[in-house]
Design a protein around this ligand. Structure first.
Ligand code: GLY
Length: 344
């Protein structure tokens, strides 16, 4: 199977593409395994799980907290987990975060791996070693960076995602193209119909490109001291929008990308034509529609952003499609911009 490697100071990861859940056993390094999954994945796929004890958690961002972590620790104790136990997370972003965080902290750290079941987790959440939970309204405030031994991306599991869930994951693919690869952006523009029809070859190729981009960034800056910050493109506004509005992650990030680009146009950093190109693409992918934004709520949520320090925030800007970079922006400037936004 094709593989991409992510080699970092904290460990090495194998990202296995095109492999299927029933063939998982060959990648698991030992027989002492505990699976962590969510109720939804369990319902659809447990018949294909390898024969190990299963810990089930709930679904959705709301359960990504220390209470869930405590429950999983307790169940690991019940399962007599020891330092040789391998934790296998099977699920989307929330499962990967919880399983990775628990594995990284229980008994000072167990080995772990993932089967990434959503497009979002295949191209982003499962990769690069960030594991963590939300705390007191702050997103991913408590966490650790530690690489999974492997991430298996089964293309068949994308078939059972709802159309909205699938496209929401696709927003992260658009993100990679906008910050790093203008040819990939063009390829997405030229293939909207195929993307919407989930053409398997095209999607696999775009997933591969996305993972390669993320791998090369994480290998250079695992601890997010500089370059890795560009992966937060669209997320400053997007995370706040996700918190306040009833939207999927990728839908909120798409609005966040449009707002980030408009902010850059306003600062004279990027041409309006580039902003229009990204906005049009997101519209065609049903990722950007008119939403009346709760500007006050969004502003309050933005003030809880981890990337804020004193009166400034590290903001990901683009100067053209294919080139994202980090800029320091004053909160006042962002607030003024936000107050000027009427709609979406
Ligand atoms: N999801 C952004 C990162 O892994 O850095």
């Amino acid at each position: 199977m094709p593989e991409i490697k992510i080699n970092t100071a904290s460990g090495n990861s194998r990202i296995i593409l095109g492999e299927h859940l029933p063939d998982l056993l060959e990648y698991i390094p030992c027989e002492n395994v505990v699976i962590v999954t969510d109720e939804n994945i369990y319902k659809h796929y447990s018949s294909q799980f390898p024969p190990f004890p299963v810990i089930r958690i709930g679904t959705g961002e709301k359960i990504k907290n220390l209470d869930t972590v405590r429950d999983v620790y307790n169940q690991l104790i019940t399962e007599n987990a020891d330092r040789s136990t391998f934790i296998l997370g099977i699920g989307g972003g929330v499962v990967c975060d919880i399983a990775g965080f628990v594995a990284s902290t229980f008994l000072r750290g167990l080995s772990f791996g993932y089967v990434a079941t959503s497009l979002l987790s295949q191209v982003d959440a499962s990769l690069g070693g960030k594991n963590g939970v939300n705390f007191n309204g702050f997103k991913n405030l408590i966490g650790i960076i530690r690489q999974p031994a492997f991430v298996l991306c089964d293309p068949n599991m994308l078939d059972t995602l709802s159309y909205r869930e699938y496209l929401s994951g696709f927003a992260e693919i658009v993100k990679y193209a906008v910050i790093r690869d203008k040819e990939m952006f063009q390829q997405i523009e030229d293939n909207i119909d195929k993307i919407k029809k989930r053409d398997k070859d095209l999607i696999l190729s775009l997933i591969t490109d996305s993972i390669n981009i993320k791998a090369s960034i994480v290998e250079k800056d695992e601890g997010e001291q500089g370059l890795r910050r560009i992966l937060n493109y669209g997320h400053t506004f997007g995370h706040a929008i996700e918190k306040v509005h009833d939207l999927k992650h990728g839908e909120a990030i798409s609005i966040g990308m449009v707002m980030a680009n408009r902010f850059c146009v306003g600062r004279g950093i990027v041409d309006q034509a580039e902003e229009h190109r990204v906005t049009n693409l997101l519209e065609k992918l049903d990722l950007y529609e008119g939403v009346v934004l709760d500007r006050n709520g969004i502003w309050e949520a933005m003030l809880l952003d981890k990337k804020k320090y004193r009166d400034k925030l590290l903001f990901v800007a683009i100067d053209q499609i294919g080139n994202g970079y980090v800029d320091e922006v004053s909160l006042e400037e962002l607030h003024l911009f936000l107050r000027g936004v009427d709609k979406d």
